[in-house]
Ligand binder design. Sequence first.
Ligand code: GDP
Ligand code: GDP
Length: 369
Amino acid sequence: MFESLKKKLKSIFSFPKEEPAQEKPIGETQEIPEPAKAPEPAVEEKKEEIKESPRAPETGHDIEEKTELLQEPAIDEKPKKSLFSKAVSRITEKKLGEKEAGEILGNLRTALLESDVAYEAVEKICDEVKGATVGASVERGKTQETLKKALADSLKDIMACERPDVEKLIEAKQGVYLMLIFGTNGAGKTTTIAKLAHKFKKFRPVVAAGDTFRAASIEQLEEHSKKAGFDLVKHSYGADPAAVIFDARKHAEARKSKLIIGDTAGRSHSNANLMDELKKVARVNKPDMKVLVLDSLTGNDIYEQARIYDQAIGVDAIILTKTDVYDKGGACLSASYVTGKPILYLGTGQKYGDLRDFDPDGIIKKMLG
Ligand code: GDP
Ligand code: GDP
């Protein structure tokens, strides 16, 4: 799901490889002065420069500079050691300058914005990466690693919203736990409800067909209930969804189920009547968890959707769907940061098993690995 962002990050961080010198022989770098006893980091640095530009031996300022440094001990015999180690440390360590980091940070900012990472999250990430790298002493050969680590730390931070353990919450609840599912039409609510019922089979879930508005929504759930094997409580179209969920509760109590998953009509978040109806459902049925289903393909609009639903009825957690066909990845990274709500699961396909725990560490590993 992060292929495009992953590629972008890879190209930003893939400068010509710098390696610590110990691993390689001097090679064709004849001008390296003898007295320094070929301190390896310097030699390697030189070799790297030559590789990057074949004309470097004649014209490269860098090399001249480094050669000078290495020659210092030879000029003044006495402080040989200290000057020598100073020279080496100037070569093996360096500060990543503002200018040098500028290009990298600029590219990073663009890549993140193009990948749907929310603006405020992008600013935070870039500030943190800059803070952790610019002016900091970076060991030679460790620039990429240092930048990547700073990025990984920052991404971890923006995904840090604590996820509730749904299974534990259901178990701990005295009586039946009600999960209310809502979101815009086509976001993937129905499919996600079937996936949740499949996932929590052991609680003998009862699904309440609370979308009494959209044609075929009840039939769609009936199909799923047969295939995935869960109980469905339904009324006819036009019925009061609050009443459907109320009936589902009676049914669940009678068969000692621990979980009700309540569907609701998919609404445009700008439709005031349907928003009011959703408020009523929440008021009457008192859900234990209000779960907003968001289609990751919607891109940046998910932040606005989340804000409006949260204002209307309060969002406890988010499920992001279609992440298997969502190449940009940014919504998964910054949805929690922007909304302050945890992402519970990612929808990763159309099969019942395609509901994955949201795992920030795994995401970072995959993306930067
Ligand atoms: P050095 O150790 O002084 O050669 O430079 P660094 O450790 O900062 O960078 C390692 C390599 O990355 C060098 O070959 C630089 O030319 C290259 N590099 C520096 N900045 C950038 C950048 O913004 N983008 C890319 N792609 N490469 C860069
Ligand atoms: P609803 O209108 O919110 O109930 O949305 P549906 O559950 O009917 O889903 C709309 C479409 O998205 C259907 O074609 C689903 O198969 C598809 N869909 C839902 N979740 C996922 C997912 O995680 N991955 C993929 N690839 N498709 C999904």
